[in-house]
Design a protein around this ligand. Structure first.
Ligand code: NDP
Length: 276
């Protein structure tokens, strides 16, 4: 049998990089996409096929999927992983940046699903894996725009799962907890830049410190944990609809389900050290 074909976005770092290698180990032909193609070189050395792609640029997404179909003739797995945390007080985040956050985390992912689906339907098979977050189920202070994108990914994935089922296409949501990648530092930088001065400065300082602290980096799970969950999902005969895994994901989602809103707010305030 010819190898199955996978596309992983955000393959230049963290979860995407680990996932590209995991799928490669499982025997997939893997296309790893990112903007920083130089950061795809270590993957290319291991046989992953690099693709220059910006998920805010429609032409680059169309070209990427076209190249996969031209070269490999099919697409079996799409892992929508590219994303970042545009942290900052909702009041402070410029609307252009809020839109950009949705472009990358939501519209890019769903546009790639649109581009992959005709091929998956024609094959009568495929799996779309959307990387949400435990932040698609819970909220943290000063992460409003980010959580907005991840809650949106959750809802879109549920609808897509129902729509795609008759065509033999599975849709899987991954809800990582704290994972040791570049994500926390990037979110902290956004937060300091956006709300580091002004009325939210005290909250911003506390949350940025907690996002990028060494203690957090140490207790976070390695990206391999998420890559393994994705590997399990795409090889399962009947994948689960959601995989919550990595540091604190399951307990935090459970606590959110049980506690009333203000009680959960208090838990998060304490966890991030922001003033009441
Ligand atoms: P990293 O910052 O390590 O990696 C993010 C990846 O996204 C990079 O490869 C980057 O590639 C890519 N990316 C960002 N913007 C774009 C863009 N416009 N077009 C194409 N690619 C882009 O973070 P993680 O590996 O941690 O994050 C992966 C996913 O996991 C994200 O969706 C994140 O929200 C989610 N997540 C992470 C958690 C964590 O604790 N780390 C927890 C829960 C969810 P490049 O810049 O080269 O384009």
């Amino acid at each position: 049998m010819t190898a199955k074909i996978a596309l992983v976005t955000g393959a230049s770092s963290g979860i995407g990089e680990a996932t590209a290698l995991k799928l490669q180990d499982l025997g997939y032909t893997v296309y790893g996409a990112a903007r920083r193609t130089e950061r795809l070189e270590p993957l290319a050395d291991r046989g992953v096929l690099p693709l220059a792609m910006d998920v805010t640029d429609d032409a680059s997404m169309r070209a990427g999927v076209e190249r996969i179909i031209t070269d490999s003739g099919r697409i079996d797995v799409l892992v929508n992983n590219a994303g970042y945390g545009s942290y900052g007080a909702i009041e402070d985040v410029p609307m252009d940046e809020a839109r950009r956050q949705f472009e990358v985390n939501v519209f890019g992912a769903m546009r790639l699903a649109q581009l992959a689906l005709p091929h998956m339907r024609a094959q009568h098979g495929g799996t779309i894996v959307n990387i949400s977050s435990m932040g698609g189920k819970i909220h943290t202070p000063l992460g409003g725009w980010y959580h907005g994108t991840k809650f949106a990914i959750e809802a879109l994935s549920d609808c897509l799962r129902m729509e795609a089922k008759p065509f033999g296409v599975d849709v899987v949501v991954i809800e990582p907890g704290g994972i040791a990648t570049e994500w926390g530092g990037i979110a902290a930088d956004h937060l300091r830049e956006t709300s580091g001065t002004g009325p939210y400065a005290k909250q911003a300082d506390a949350v940025a410190t907690s996002l990028s602290s060494e203690a957090n980096a140490k207790r976070n799970s390695p990206p391999q944990v998420i890559a393994d969950a994705i590997g399990k999902a795409v090889t399962a005969r009947r994948p689960r609809t959601r995989y919550a895994t990595g540091f604190a994901a399951r307990p935090m989602i459970a606590v959110r389900r049980i506690l009333p809103d203000r009680a959960f707010d208090a838990v998060m305030r304490r966890a991030t050290g922001i003033p009441a």
